[in-house]
Ligand binder design. Structure first.
Ligand SMILES: [Fe+2]
Ligand SMILES: [Fe+2]
Length: 164
């Protein structure tokens, strides 16, 4: 049993998670076009992870007997000056997502929806990880500065990311 208000809020978040996936795929494409195959892998893994988030929310709605309704998505940006700019945008985006997840939690509390509160715990923890991952990459890329050799190594390291 889920209230209309909660179901609408989860539906909105499903669309946002798909937009996140779209944004990370755009970053993967831009990284690939610039020759950063490692970063392209990192963003492709993130693209897959975001689809997983959308489907996790969708499964919850379905389990609660509510219908998933997909909406229109904005086109993502398609070009960044470099990897550091991409990860800075990724961090800014994840902070927005964290705020949205917090809004969902506020709704769940207001609606006294304990199942939704419990479901959101996973996402609250996930957002801590998402922001930390972006911060790690930003730290590494800031250390590289304009050194091509260091950037090569950083890209190699980003390429080591598997599906997590
Ligand atoms: Fe997500
Ligand atoms: Fe994650």
């Amino acid at each position: 049993m889920i209230s209309k208000k909660s179901a609408a809020a989860v539906n909105a978040q499903i669309n946002r998670e798909f937009f996140s996936a779209f944004l990370y795929l755009a970053m993967a494409n831009d990284a690939m076009s610039k020759g950063f195959k490692g970063a392209a892998n990192w963003f492709t893994q993130q693209f897959k992870e975001e689809q997983g988030h959308a489907l996790r929310f969708a499964k919850y709605l379905e389990d609660q007997g509510a219908k998933v309704e997909l909406g229109a998505m904005d086109a993502p940006k398609t070009q960044w000056p470099g990897l550091l700019a991409m990860f800075k945008d990724a961090l800014a985006h994840e902070k927005k997502v964290t705020a949205w997840i917090n809004e969902l939690a506020e709704i769940a509390v207001a609606e006294k929806d304990f199942a939704m509160q419990n479901m959101l715990v996973w996402f609250i923890n996930e957002q801590v990880e998402e922001e930390a991952n972006c911060n790690d990459a930003i730290w590494m890329l800031e250390m590289c500065g304009n050194s091509k050799g260091s950037l090569f190594m950083a890209d190699h390291r980003l390429g080591k990311r598997g599906e997590d």
